[in-house]
Design a protein around this ligand. Structure first.
Ligand SMILES: NC(=O)C1=CN([C@@H]2O[C@H](COP(=O)(O)OP(=O)(O)OC[C@H]3O[C@@H](n4cnc5c(N)ncnc54)[C@H](O)[C@@H]3O)[C@@H](O)[C@H]2O)C=CC1
Ligand SMILES: O=C(O)[C@@H]1CCC=N1
Length: 266
Protein backbone atom coordinates (compact mmCIF):
# COMPACT_ATOMS: atom_id res chain seq x y z
CA UNK A 1 0.00 0.00 0.00
CA UNK A 2 1.46 3.31 -1.06
CA UNK A 3 -0.42 5.71 1.19
CA UNK A 4 0.74 7.44 4.34
CA UNK A 5 -1.17 6.35 7.41
CA UNK A 6 -1.09 8.49 10.52
CA UNK A 7 -1.96 7.54 14.08
CA UNK A 8 -2.84 10.18 16.65
CA UNK A 9 -2.45 8.51 20.04
CA UNK A 10 0.17 5.86 20.70
CA UNK A 11 -1.20 4.15 23.78
CA UNK A 12 -2.31 0.56 24.25
CA UNK A 13 -4.55 0.31 21.18
CA UNK A 14 -2.48 2.65 18.99
CA UNK A 15 0.68 0.62 19.63
CA UNK A 16 -1.13 -2.69 19.03
CA UNK A 17 -2.31 -1.46 15.61
CA UNK A 18 1.04 0.13 14.67
CA UNK A 19 2.85 -3.07 15.64
CA UNK A 20 0.28 -5.15 13.73
CA UNK A 21 0.40 -3.12 10.53
CA UNK A 22 4.20 -2.90 10.42
CA UNK A 23 4.79 -6.56 11.28
CA UNK A 24 2.34 -7.63 8.56
CA UNK A 25 4.43 -5.82 5.94
CA UNK A 26 1.34 -4.08 4.48
CA UNK A 27 2.97 -0.71 5.09
CA UNK A 28 6.60 0.26 5.21
CA UNK A 29 7.51 1.91 8.55
CA UNK A 30 8.46 5.10 6.65
CA UNK A 31 4.84 5.33 5.45
CA UNK A 32 3.55 5.42 9.03
CA UNK A 33 3.57 8.58 11.15
CA UNK A 34 2.56 8.62 14.79
CA UNK A 35 1.79 11.53 17.12
CA UNK A 36 1.37 11.47 20.88
CA UNK A 37 1.59 14.06 23.64
CA UNK A 38 3.87 11.72 25.60
CA UNK A 39 7.38 11.28 24.22
CA UNK A 40 7.96 7.96 26.01
CA UNK A 41 5.25 6.28 23.90
CA UNK A 42 6.72 7.69 20.69
CA UNK A 43 10.21 6.47 21.59
CA UNK A 44 8.83 2.93 22.00
CA UNK A 45 7.02 3.11 18.62
CA UNK A 46 10.09 4.44 16.86
CA UNK A 47 12.56 1.96 18.42
CA UNK A 48 10.31 -1.12 18.12
CA UNK A 49 8.74 -0.47 14.72
CA UNK A 50 10.90 2.19 13.02
CA UNK A 51 7.93 4.47 12.29
CA UNK A 52 8.09 8.29 12.03
CA UNK A 53 7.04 10.11 15.17
CA UNK A 54 6.07 13.64 16.14
CA UNK A 55 4.62 15.45 19.12
CA UNK A 56 2.62 17.67 16.75
CA UNK A 57 -0.81 16.29 15.75
CA UNK A 58 -0.93 18.84 12.90
CA UNK A 59 2.09 17.21 11.26
CA UNK A 60 0.17 13.93 11.08
CA UNK A 61 -2.84 15.83 9.70
CA UNK A 62 -0.80 17.51 6.95
CA UNK A 63 1.01 14.38 5.76
CA UNK A 64 -1.46 11.48 6.11
CA UNK A 65 -3.92 10.02 3.59
CA UNK A 66 -5.61 7.98 6.31
CA UNK A 67 -5.68 9.13 9.96
CA UNK A 68 -6.49 6.76 12.80
CA UNK A 69 -7.68 8.65 15.86
CA UNK A 70 -6.41 6.41 18.64
CA UNK A 71 -6.85 8.73 21.60
CA UNK A 72 -9.38 8.33 24.42
CA UNK A 73 -12.97 9.38 23.69
CA UNK A 74 -12.75 12.34 26.12
CA UNK A 75 -10.01 14.04 24.08
CA UNK A 76 -11.52 13.30 20.63
CA UNK A 77 -13.11 16.71 20.23
CA UNK A 78 -10.00 18.66 21.22
CA UNK A 79 -7.79 16.55 18.92
CA UNK A 80 -10.23 17.02 16.02
CA UNK A 81 -10.32 20.77 16.74
CA UNK A 82 -6.54 20.78 16.60
CA UNK A 83 -6.30 19.02 13.19
CA UNK A 84 -9.48 19.75 11.25
CA UNK A 85 -8.11 22.74 9.32
CA UNK A 86 -4.91 20.90 8.36
CA UNK A 87 -6.11 17.55 7.01
CA UNK A 88 -5.77 16.74 3.28
CA UNK A 89 -8.91 17.35 1.24
CA UNK A 90 -9.48 13.65 0.54
CA UNK A 91 -8.37 12.33 3.91
CA UNK A 92 -10.07 9.26 5.38
CA UNK A 93 -10.62 9.46 9.13
CA UNK A 94 -10.72 6.22 11.11
CA UNK A 95 -12.30 6.40 14.54
CA UNK A 96 -11.68 3.63 17.08
CA UNK A 97 -13.30 5.26 20.11
CA UNK A 98 -15.88 3.52 22.24
CA UNK A 99 -19.05 5.57 22.42
CA UNK A 100 -18.27 7.99 19.57
CA UNK A 101 -20.84 7.70 16.80
CA UNK A 102 -20.28 8.59 13.15
CA UNK A 103 -22.49 11.60 13.75
CA UNK A 104 -20.36 12.72 16.74
CA UNK A 105 -17.14 12.61 14.70
CA UNK A 106 -18.69 14.26 11.62
CA UNK A 107 -20.10 16.96 13.91
CA UNK A 108 -16.71 17.59 15.52
CA UNK A 109 -15.12 18.14 12.07
CA UNK A 110 -18.04 20.39 11.17
CA UNK A 111 -17.77 19.51 7.47
CA UNK A 112 -18.33 16.55 5.15
CA UNK A 113 -15.59 14.05 5.87
CA UNK A 114 -14.91 10.54 4.69
CA UNK A 115 -14.80 8.35 7.74
CA UNK A 116 -15.00 4.83 9.06
CA UNK A 117 -16.06 3.97 12.58
CA UNK A 118 -14.22 0.91 13.82
CA UNK A 119 -13.77 -1.16 16.96
CA UNK A 120 -10.47 -3.10 17.00
CA UNK A 121 -8.93 -5.09 19.87
CA UNK A 122 -5.42 -5.47 21.28
CA UNK A 123 -4.71 -8.96 19.83
CA UNK A 124 -3.99 -6.89 16.68
CA UNK A 125 -0.45 -6.76 18.07
CA UNK A 126 0.00 -10.49 17.35
CA UNK A 127 -1.94 -10.58 14.08
CA UNK A 128 -5.09 -12.01 15.69
CA UNK A 129 -7.20 -8.87 16.02
CA UNK A 130 -10.93 -8.63 15.40
CA UNK A 131 -12.30 -5.35 14.11
CA UNK A 132 -15.86 -4.18 13.54
CA UNK A 133 -16.09 -1.68 10.67
CA UNK A 134 -18.83 0.76 9.76
CA UNK A 135 -18.27 3.31 6.94
CA UNK A 136 -20.08 6.64 6.63
CA UNK A 137 -21.93 7.71 3.50
CA UNK A 138 -19.21 9.96 2.04
CA UNK A 139 -16.58 7.30 1.52
CA UNK A 140 -16.15 5.29 -1.68
CA UNK A 141 -16.08 1.47 -1.90
CA UNK A 142 -12.39 1.59 -2.87
CA UNK A 143 -11.52 3.73 0.15
CA UNK A 144 -13.44 1.39 2.49
CA UNK A 145 -11.49 -1.48 0.93
CA UNK A 146 -8.20 0.28 1.80
CA UNK A 147 -9.24 0.67 5.43
CA UNK A 148 -10.46 -2.95 5.50
CA UNK A 149 -7.05 -4.08 4.19
CA UNK A 150 -5.29 -2.22 7.00
CA UNK A 151 -7.36 -3.99 9.65
CA UNK A 152 -7.17 -7.32 7.80
CA UNK A 153 -3.38 -7.08 7.92
CA UNK A 154 -3.54 -7.78 11.66
CA UNK A 155 -6.63 -9.93 12.07
CA UNK A 156 -10.20 -10.53 11.02
CA UNK A 157 -12.86 -7.95 10.22
CA UNK A 158 -16.64 -7.71 10.11
CA UNK A 159 -18.54 -4.92 8.38
CA UNK A 160 -21.37 -4.19 10.80
CA UNK A 161 -24.34 -1.90 11.11
CA UNK A 162 -23.62 1.01 13.46
CA UNK A 163 -26.45 -0.02 15.78
CA UNK A 164 -24.46 -3.18 16.64
CA UNK A 165 -21.24 -1.32 17.47
CA UNK A 166 -21.86 -1.24 21.24
CA UNK A 167 -22.51 -5.00 21.37
CA UNK A 168 -19.40 -5.46 19.25
CA UNK A 169 -17.40 -3.63 21.95
CA UNK A 170 -18.39 -6.10 24.68
CA UNK A 171 -17.98 -9.14 22.40
CA UNK A 172 -14.69 -8.11 20.85
CA UNK A 173 -13.12 -4.75 21.80
CA UNK A 174 -13.29 -5.32 25.55
CA UNK A 175 -13.44 -9.11 25.67
CA UNK A 176 -9.67 -9.80 25.65
CA UNK A 177 -9.69 -8.37 29.21
CA UNK A 178 -12.08 -11.07 30.45
CA UNK A 179 -10.21 -13.76 28.55
CA UNK A 180 -6.98 -12.65 30.26
CA UNK A 181 -8.80 -12.79 33.61
CA UNK A 182 -9.90 -16.35 32.82
CA UNK A 183 -6.34 -17.36 31.92
CA UNK A 184 -5.02 -15.72 35.08
CA UNK A 185 -7.62 -17.48 37.24
CA UNK A 186 -6.82 -20.84 35.61
CA UNK A 187 -3.13 -20.28 36.31
CA UNK A 188 -3.86 -19.31 39.94
CA UNK A 189 -5.74 -22.57 40.44
CA UNK A 190 -2.91 -24.55 38.87
CA UNK A 191 -0.33 -22.76 41.04
CA UNK A 192 -2.46 -23.50 44.12
CA UNK A 193 -2.18 -27.17 43.21
CA UNK A 194 1.59 -27.04 42.72
CA UNK A 195 2.18 -26.07 39.06
CA UNK A 196 5.03 -23.55 38.47
CA UNK A 197 3.45 -20.23 37.40
CA UNK A 198 5.24 -19.78 34.06
CA UNK A 199 4.14 -23.26 32.97
CA UNK A 200 0.60 -22.59 34.24
CA UNK A 201 0.20 -19.46 32.03
CA UNK A 202 1.49 -21.33 29.00
CA UNK A 203 -0.89 -24.25 29.52
CA UNK A 204 -3.92 -22.10 30.24
CA UNK A 205 -3.25 -19.81 27.25
CA UNK A 206 -2.68 -22.74 24.88
CA UNK A 207 -5.95 -24.33 26.03
CA UNK A 208 -7.81 -21.08 25.27
CA UNK A 209 -6.08 -20.74 21.88
CA UNK A 210 -6.80 -24.36 20.91
CA UNK A 211 -10.42 -24.20 22.07
CA UNK A 212 -11.00 -20.96 20.15
CA UNK A 213 -9.53 -22.57 17.02
CA UNK A 214 -11.86 -25.56 17.42
CA UNK A 215 -14.89 -23.26 17.52
CA UNK A 216 -13.68 -21.38 14.44
CA UNK A 217 -12.48 -24.36 12.42
CA UNK A 218 -14.85 -27.27 13.18
CA UNK A 219 -18.08 -25.32 12.86
CA UNK A 220 -19.40 -27.38 15.77
CA UNK A 221 -21.60 -25.84 18.46
CA UNK A 222 -19.55 -24.85 21.55
CA UNK A 223 -21.86 -27.03 23.67
CA UNK A 224 -21.03 -30.08 21.56
CA UNK A 225 -17.31 -29.34 21.85
CA UNK A 226 -17.76 -29.07 25.65
CA UNK A 227 -19.60 -32.40 25.73
CA UNK A 228 -16.73 -34.04 23.83
CA UNK A 229 -14.42 -33.17 26.76
CA UNK A 230 -16.76 -34.39 29.51
CA UNK A 231 -16.16 -38.14 29.92
CA UNK A 232 -18.99 -39.86 31.80
CA UNK A 233 -18.16 -39.98 35.51
CA UNK A 234 -14.91 -38.15 34.68
CA UNK A 235 -13.02 -35.09 35.86
CA UNK A 236 -14.32 -32.38 33.51
CA UNK A 237 -18.00 -32.69 34.39
CA UNK A 238 -17.05 -32.02 38.03
CA UNK A 239 -15.45 -28.72 36.99
CA UNK A 240 -18.39 -27.87 34.71
CA UNK A 241 -20.98 -28.56 37.44
CA UNK A 242 -19.00 -26.51 39.98
CA UNK A 243 -18.56 -23.59 37.58
CA UNK A 244 -22.34 -23.61 36.96
CA UNK A 245 -22.93 -23.64 40.73
CA UNK A 246 -20.78 -20.48 41.07
CA UNK A 247 -22.58 -18.66 38.27
CA UNK A 248 -19.82 -18.77 35.62
CA UNK A 249 -22.07 -18.15 32.61
CA UNK A 250 -24.28 -15.67 34.45
CA UNK A 251 -21.21 -13.67 35.49
CA UNK A 252 -20.01 -13.49 31.86
CA UNK A 253 -23.46 -12.55 30.52
CA UNK A 254 -24.04 -9.89 33.18
CA UNK A 255 -20.53 -8.46 32.79
CA UNK A 256 -20.84 -8.17 29.03
CA UNK A 257 -24.28 -6.58 29.20
CA UNK A 258 -22.89 -3.95 31.60
CA UNK A 259 -20.10 -3.33 29.08
CA UNK A 260 -22.60 -2.82 26.25
CA UNK A 261 -24.72 -0.56 28.47
CA UNK A 262 -21.68 1.59 29.32
CA UNK A 263 -20.75 1.86 25.62
CA UNK A 264 -24.28 3.11 24.89
CA UNK A 265 -24.08 5.70 27.67
CA UNK A 266 -20.59 7.12 27.19
N1 LIG B 1 -7.33 -0.46 24.73
C1 LIG B 1 -8.13 -1.22 23.99
O1 LIG B 1 -8.15 -2.46 24.09
C2 LIG B 1 -9.06 -0.58 22.98
C3 LIG B 1 -9.22 0.78 22.91
N2 LIG B 1 -10.06 1.34 21.98
C4 LIG B 1 -10.16 2.80 21.87
O2 LIG B 1 -8.86 3.27 21.61
C5 LIG B 1 -8.72 4.60 22.10
C6 LIG B 1 -7.42 4.69 22.89
O3 LIG B 1 -7.50 3.81 23.99
P1 LIG B 1 -6.19 3.25 24.69
O4 LIG B 1 -5.14 3.00 23.67
O5 LIG B 1 -6.64 2.14 25.55
O6 LIG B 1 -5.77 4.51 25.59
P2 LIG B 1 -4.32 4.91 26.11
O7 LIG B 1 -4.54 5.84 27.27
O8 LIG B 1 -3.49 3.70 26.31
O9 LIG B 1 -3.71 5.73 24.88
C7 LIG B 1 -4.08 7.02 24.53
C8 LIG B 1 -2.84 7.76 24.05
O10 LIG B 1 -3.25 9.04 23.58
C9 LIG B 1 -2.26 9.99 23.96
N3 LIG B 1 -2.87 11.31 23.98
C10 LIG B 1 -3.69 11.86 24.93
N4 LIG B 1 -4.07 13.09 24.55
C11 LIG B 1 -3.49 13.33 23.34
C12 LIG B 1 -3.50 14.44 22.45
N5 LIG B 1 -4.21 15.53 22.71
N6 LIG B 1 -2.80 14.33 21.30
C13 LIG B 1 -2.08 13.20 21.00
N7 LIG B 1 -2.03 12.14 21.83
C14 LIG B 1 -2.73 12.21 22.98
C15 LIG B 1 -1.80 9.51 25.33
O11 LIG B 1 -0.51 10.04 25.68
C16 LIG B 1 -1.80 7.99 25.14
O12 LIG B 1 -0.54 7.51 24.70
C17 LIG B 1 -9.97 4.91 22.92
O13 LIG B 1 -10.80 5.76 22.17
C18 LIG B 1 -10.62 3.54 23.13
O14 LIG B 1 -12.03 3.62 23.19
C19 LIG B 1 -10.75 0.57 21.08
C20 LIG B 1 -10.63 -0.79 21.10
C21 LIG B 1 -9.83 -1.49 22.08
O1 LIG C 1 -12.27 0.06 27.84
C1 LIG C 1 -12.52 0.76 26.85
O2 LIG C 1 -13.31 1.72 26.93
C2 LIG C 1 -11.88 0.45 25.52
C3 LIG C 1 -12.89 0.18 24.44
C4 LIG C 1 -12.77 -1.28 24.13
C5 LIG C 1 -11.61 -1.72 24.89
N1 LIG C 1 -11.10 -0.75 25.60
Amino acid sequence: MNKVIGFIGCGNMGRAMIGGVVKSGLLKPENVIVADGYKGSLDIASSEYGVNTTMDNKEVAKTSDIIVLSVKPNVYNSVIDDIKDFVKEDVVIVSIAAGKTIKDVEGAFGKDIKMVRTMPNTPALVGEGMTGICPNKNISKEEVEEVVNIFKSFGKIEIIDEKLMEVFISTSGSSPAYVFMFIEAMADAAVADGMPRNKAYKMAAQAVLGSAKMVLETGKHPGELKDMVCSPGGTTIEAVATLEEYGFRTAVIKGMRECTKKAKNM
